[in-house]
Write a protein that binds this ligand. Structure first.
Ligand code: PLP
Length: 441
């Protein structure tokens, strides 16, 4: 307040226009964290986006009285639409993305005592489903340039007990599917794509989620396609889909409907409701246009940010022809910012009206993982020698470093116009200019 008043006083008193301009620029340049004015006073586009279509869809289900997939048509229709949109042979809707992964591990045959290869840089659900299966999570280090599991290091992690490789198309960027599919075929280990952040992303012009044995999606509230909670699995093998259907329906397969409580196998209830499917169908009318907008804005933002020393936007592999940009990810190097710590950089950015996050912490070194491996069940399931070796090899140095350097912007920030992108870049440049003062403050 004080600086604002004094500036105005100075401006009216100044006779030379040049001096006034200089003073005004100096004030506008002062970081918001140190009391200057914000680069961006207005908020970014809100998420989710909804309108009459969603209202109508919800009321239709409500009044129909058909609220679950057993008697409604929306879940089925959603599965057909999502398969059509992605080019998959088949789709199964699930109650969330975690369930999509959990079902996949079950129908692919991951059993207690098996091993599953996962990245340490992901949402915790990727790890949790492996532990729920009483399997051993084997972490493969991250390629910091792309933020994806480093496919070059996967082969060394495969053992006789490996039953699945689960790459995560993190942030909507795409893992090196050529390399991973090659290893999957060579070692006859199924590939499950965790595409929970990668709706409509593409590898060589074909949608992610259609390359592996299954492809898993989440429709949780933050995701690019959203029904509050929800998920889906894509399949190319109808038999696998039938088994997944039965598993998610307490063991009752489609082939068994109409008979009296006979079961295809053991399972649980992980079904999506008709309400969620109705919302998803309405949201799908918007998704392609939103995806295009995110891509255009991200490209523009990258063109500006890569000119700033110390800022390195995530790279894509050549095969990634469409990035879904669930997250806009970059690496921050404090050396180009007068040693300003990442957390202070994020604070300063937030003060300018640009909310950023530091992203994940390393999953492979969470204490609870070691506790699980030390549990009675795991001690019984795995030879002591194997657990000892796991401990010795469980190091992901590139990922540890990435976790200290990463900066994320959320997908909704890419839904506005080019001016929004210019403000993000402007805020970063402003912080760089004043990094010395910020580092001292
Ligand atoms: C969101 C997410 C999940 C889990 O999805 P939910 O719908 O929240 O259960 C799994 N993996 C990744 C990478 C995710 O981002």
């Amino acid at each position: 307040m004080k600086s604002h008043l004094s500036r105005r006083g100075f401006l009216t008193g100044a006779s030379a226009a040049g001096v006034a301009l200089q003073a005004s620029a100096a004030d506008a340049g002062k970081p918001a964290l140190l009391g200057g004015s914000k680069v961006r006073p207005q908020p970014f586009p809100a998420w989710p986006v909804s309108g009459e279509a969603e209202e109508r869809a919800l009321m239709d289900v409500l009044h129909s009285g058909k609220w679950f997939r057993g008697n409604g048509q929306n879940v089925k229709k959603f599965e057909q639409e999502y398969a059509r949109m992605t080019g998959a042979k088949d789709c199964l809707a699930t109650c969330n993305g975690t369930a999509a992964l959990f079902i996949s591990l079950n129908v692919i045959g991951v059993e207690p005592g098996d091993e599953v290869i996962i990245p340490p840089y992901t949402f915790i659900a990727t790890l949790n489903v492996v532990l729920r299966q009483h399997a051993l999570p084997v972490f493969v280090d991250t390629d910091p340039e792309t933020f994806q599991m480093d496919a070059r290091q996967v082969e060394a992690a495969i053992t006789g007990r490996t039953r699945a490789i689960v790459p995560v198309h993190l942030g909507g960027n795409v893992s090196d599917l050529d390399a991973l599919l090659g290893l999957s075929r060579k070692h006859k280990v199924p590939l499950i794509e965790d595409a929970c952040q990668a709706h409509l992303a593409e590898w060589k012009g074909r949608k992610v989620g259609t390359w592996g044995d299954t492809g898993c999606f989440s429709f949780q509230a933050s995701k690019n396609l959203n029904s509050g909670e929800g998920g889906a699995i894509l399949f190319n093998d109808p038999d696998l889909r039938e088994r997944a259907y039965a598993f998610h329906n307490n063991g009752s397969g489609l082939k068994f409907i109409g008979t009296n409580f006979t079961y295809a196998g053991s399972g649980t209830n992980l079904r999506l409701t008709e309400f969620q499917a109705a919302i998803l169908l309405a949201q799908m009318e918007r998704i392609e246009q939103q995806a295009r907008r995110r891509r255009e804005n991200a490209r523009y933002l990258t063109s500006m940010l890569r000119e700033i020393k110390g800022i390195t936007p995530a790279r894509q592999y050549e095969g990634c022809t469409t990035n879904a940009y669930h997250l806009y990810m970059l690496r921050y190097n404090p050396e180009a910012f007068a040693g300003l710590k990442r957390d202070t950089f994020l604070k300063a950015l937030g003060a300018e009206g640009i909310p950023g996050s530091g992203g994940y912490s390393p999953l492979n070194s969470q204490t609870f993982v070691r506790e699980v491996l030390n549990s009675r069940g795991y001690q019984r399931l795995f030879p002591a020698q194997r657990l000892k070796q796991w401990e010795e090899k469980n190091h992901c140095p590139a990922n540890d470093r990435l976790c200290t350097e990463a900066v994320w912007f959320t997908q909704n920030m890419l839904l506005g116009d080019r001016g929004d992108m210019e403000q993000i870049a402007e805020a970063v440049r402003k912080i760089q200019t004043h990094a010395g003062e910020l580092a001292k403050a």
